[in-house]
Design a protein around this ligand. Sequence first.
Ligand code: NDP
Length: 297
Amino acid sequence: MTATVIDGKAFAAKVRGQVGEHVARLKEEQGIKPGLAVVLVGEDPASQVYVRSKGKMTVEVGMASFTHRLAADTSEADLLTMIDQLNADPAVHGILVQLPLPGHLDSDLVINRIDPAKDVDGFHISNVGLLGTGQKSMVPCTPLGCLMMLRDHHGSLSGLHAVVVGRSNIVGKPMAQLLLGDSCTVTIAHSRTKDLPGMVKQADIVVAAVGRPQMIPGDWIKEGATIIDVGINRIDKPDGGTRLVGDVDYDSCAAVAGAITPVPGGVGPMTIACLLANTVTACCRAHGLSEPEGLTA
Ligand code: NDP
């Protein structure tokens, strides 16, 4: 079997298009312009790239983008004051604090200072609790993007066995909650899981969120399974230079799977698209308006 390639780049462009249409309607019919504020502390090069690209795409879909760049030695009190100001600002519907923060800042304290209704990353403890209890919440962007691609590919996920490899708070755990919400039977695997190959072999859906390049080979995969590869790992090429690979060994997995997301061009582009989707959702909720269909969990 040769797997269908789930094209996250094209899917993300479609999602951004839907967001853009909704933003245009909000402006035309309600006179409201959704706004996303991104706070970057310090000069981590990867974070700077992410923040620039988030700002650019926010503007492209017609939303207001507010980027706040703070010095690496910004005090916790000053950062919290900035978040309080953004919480109170009616032009800001979504707030994202770019992680990781410099070591002297308490990430949990900072994230939990964001108004949960504006927490478009879905990391606030209230949103984690709401998602865990099946209530309306802001959903973390990467797992939301994975869910959208799975729903699009399968239609109903009900009764499918999903194995999520990785139990982080930003990917593995919320992914498992979302799959449970769609009535999958869910197994969460991690570094202490016994017989990981045997566990993965049972899966109709494999979500790999490990952070280890090409760790999952094709002979762990059940014939026809769907693979969502969240991993982004940079490895050396034999002839010099580097390239990006996922957490699954693409070629051997694609030979067995029914469908697979590539790296790059799979989950990655969906993450920013879902951030924009969450911002427009937050804006609609803030104004008591109906939410855009298909852009939330
Ligand atoms: P974390 O490092 O926070 O979590 C990794 C998880 O993988 C842990 O639960 C860990 O288990 C588990 N793990 C590690 N080694 C093994 C192993 N040998 N066997 C089984 N499980 C193992 O990573 P994240 O969840 O933040 O990210 C995962 C990957 O996804 C990374 O490559 C990251 O770059 C990528 N990513 C991509 C995004 C995108 O937009 N596409 C967004 C976010 C992340 P344990 O808990 O036991 O240590």
